[in-house]
Design a protein. Structure first.
Lengths: 262, 372
């Protein structure tokens, strides 16, 4: 807006990134500011949960099955069938589950948040709120981000359970694996920190999805088309960010937490 | 009493495009001011800058000792509670009913009980003529109703400063007249500083104490209403008469060549006879509805204007003095005159009178005193 802003290639992207981080910081700061918007939080939690639960469950069954089938056939080739259970469960809990959550929370939850906030912004509702001395970030964004985080964590649990059950079903019933070997290898290879990192990932993914959706919603282009574009961009940006963050978190986890039995 | 808003050297631009620059003016406390200007001269931007929604590049806006341009977020939010802003299209929350919309500031900023909130909300709804529409959603009512609901929401916290963005757009002439009267009545009741942004000449001529005009990225003038209404400035004269002849063009402004051509044509048509010689008559300012207390701002303004009188252009000076003598016997006659009139108008009203008038508590308490 100001004349003094310098221009060089890529400055726009840098500026956007900076504002995104500024919003994330103020979300964190205002989370602890009273009064907390309980009602908005519960409503948003319920809303995000209702748009994500069913798709998540439906996606996670085939996902668990695919991994079970793939790992099953691979271990058969290697002659390590007894480890099928452990391998597929680890893959589901550590990778598949958070990624499914990431896809759903940004695709279903984030897009809904972005569209809602965006249409309110172009109708000047945000301005009206600021004029009345109410911070839109505290009043609207914080409850949404927190709701997205909580839904992500719970969804992650759902996906883990459904995915593992699906994997078990396909391995034991379809591929003729033995239930005992499946469970035994599970406890031989998996450990509790695997579950922790999975939930931590989901928590962070929920935060990122909520903040990005809110950021794009608060800064839409002109008019209704601008809101549509903002929703589109918010989903794409969140996908890219989440997959990258997943890579970083996985790398760090594998470095600092020794695998069981090693 | 309202709060003074002092604007000093404010300049605003979007990218390379300057909206306006070096705007300095003072909205006197408790008085009603109007900002005129052709469409697209940044009137709304000016309004939003006053309240800190937009950040001008240079200059200050001082409200209650807080600079709305550079203040920290916390002080900004604190100071904004003194404001009531009526947006151009209401800016109501689409997901809430009118009742919840108007109750929103009360629920956010006060600890009032729900029953009391309901009473205040219904009172404000009735004030803007929307009684009975409280369960409707903003999408279900007309633009004019949304605008009035927006005004009710702006008023609900009893603001010290009221900003109205085009209160007349989308309203029919009758409703515009009602809104004008409503604004004056409000000023009489709560003595708030008011700024109305509009391009409606009727409002500009009858409502305000002070008028300013934005044109060509500058503040053409700001001062007592008589100054602008008698001004010979071509822009002002053209705007007030609503004619095509003058510096204001269809897009934004005419270039010099077009203007010279037009002047030549005008000269040929009128045969060199200068027009607009007759002093434009000034419409009298609206008075509060009988029964309301007189506007405290009138007396204050009179003293203020008297002190700056020698510096004003002669036509304005004449008009102001004429206004003084006209109103003299009734209004200037110290405190006794207006008070007597006000009380006289009240006396015949029984208990069941309009409940939104502020003197009600006083009457009620005296009634109780009588009974006990």
């Amino acid at each position: 807006m100001s004349v003094r802003e310098s221009t060089f290639p890529g400055v726009g992207a840098l500026r956007q990134t900076g504002r995104l981080f500024a919003l994330a910081a103020s979300v964190v700061r205002l989370t602890f500011k009273r009064p907390f918007q309980k009602r908005e939080f519960v409503e948003q939690f319920w809303f995000i949960a209702s748009v994500t639960i069913l798709p998540t469950a439906l996606v996670s069954i085939p996902f668990g099955a695919v991994i079970a089938l793939q790992v099953g056939s691979l271990t058969k080739q290697l002659g390590a069938q007894s480890f099928t259970g452990g391998a597929s469960v680890l893959a589901v809990i550590q990778q598949a589950s958070p990624l499914i959550v990431a896809l759903l929370i940004s695709g279903a939850g984030g897009s809904a948040i972005c569209a809602d906030i965006g249409s309110r912004t172009i109708r000047e509702e945000m301005d009206a709120m600021e004029v009345m001395g109410v911070s839109p970030v505290q009043r609207l964004i914080v409850p949404r981000v927190l709701a997205a985080m909580l839904v992500a964590v719970l969804l992650n649990g759902l996906v883990s359970v459904v995915g593992v059950l699906g994997g078990y079903f396909f391995n034991v019933i379809m591929q003729g694996g033995t239930p005992g070997a499946y469970l035994a290898s599970f406890s031989a290879l998996a450990q509790l920190p695997d579950l922790y990192i999975s939930e931590l990932k989901a928590l962070i993914f929920g935060f990122i999805a909520g903040v990005v959706a809110a950021y794009r919603g608060l800064n839409p282009g002109k008019g209704p088309k601008g809101v549509g574009d903002a929703v589109n961009q918010s989903v794409v940006i969140t996908f890219l960010l989440l997959f990258f963050v997943n890579l970083v978190l996985t790398a760090i986890y594998l470095q600092i937490v020794p695998a069981k039995g090693s | 009493m309202g709060i003074e808003v002092a604007v000093e050297g404010l300049s605003m631009s979007f990218g390379r495009q300057t909206v306006w620059e070096d705007v300095s003016l003072t909205l006197p406390a408790g008085e009603v001011s109007v900002m005129l200007g052709p469409s697209g001269t940044g009137k709304t931007v000016f309004l939003k800058s006053l309240i800190g929604l937009l950040k001008p590049e240079r200059g200050r806006v001082m409200v209650n000792g807080v600079d709305m341009v550079h203040a920290s977020e916390r002080r900004l939010y604190e100071t904004r509670k003194l404001f009531g802003l009526m947006f151009q299209d209401g800016a109501l929350f689409g997901s809430m009913s009118l009742f919840d919309n108007i109750a929103f500031p009360l629920r956010e900023h006060t600890k009032k009980k729900e029953s009391e909130i309901g009473r205040i909300v219904l009172e404000k709804l009735e004030m803007v003529g929307l009684a009975g529409a409280e369960t409707k959603l903003p999408g279900e009512i007309s633009g004019g109703m949304r605008k009035r609901a927006g005004l009710a929401r702006a008023l609900v916290l009893d603001p010290q400063i009221i900003l109205c963005d085009e209160p007349d757009s989308g309203l029919d002439p009758v409703r515009t007249a009602y809104i004008s009267q409503l604004l004056i009545d409000l000023n009489a009741q709560i003595d708030a500083t008011m700024l109305i942004v509009t391009h409606n000449i009727d409002i500009a001529a009858t409502v305000p104490d002070n008028i300013g005009m934005l044109f060509r990225r500058n503040l053409v003038t700001f001062g007592p209403r008589e100054v602008l209404l008698t001004s010979e400035e071509p822009v002002v004269a053209q705007f007030l008469s609503g004619s095509r002849a003058g510096p204001i063009g269809m897009s934004e402004e005419k270039d010099a060549a077009t203007m010279a051509l037009e002047q030549l044509q005008e000269l040929e048509r009128t045969g060199g006879e200068a027009e607009g010689e007759a002093v434009r008559s000034i419409a009298p300012q609206l008075e509060p509805t009988p029964g309301l207390p007189p506007r405290a701002a009138v007396q204050r303004r009179r003293e203020r204007v008297r002190s700056i009188l020698p510096g004003l252009p002669p036509p304005a000076r004449q008009a102001i003095l004429a206004g003084f003598t006209e109103a003299g016997p009734v209004r200037a006659g110290s405190g006794a005159g207006p008070t007597a009139v006000g009380l006289g108008a009240y006396a015949p009203e029984g208990p069941g009178a309009d409940p939104e008038l502020p003197p009600l508590p006083r009457r009620r308490s005296s009634g109780e005193g009588g009974r006990s």
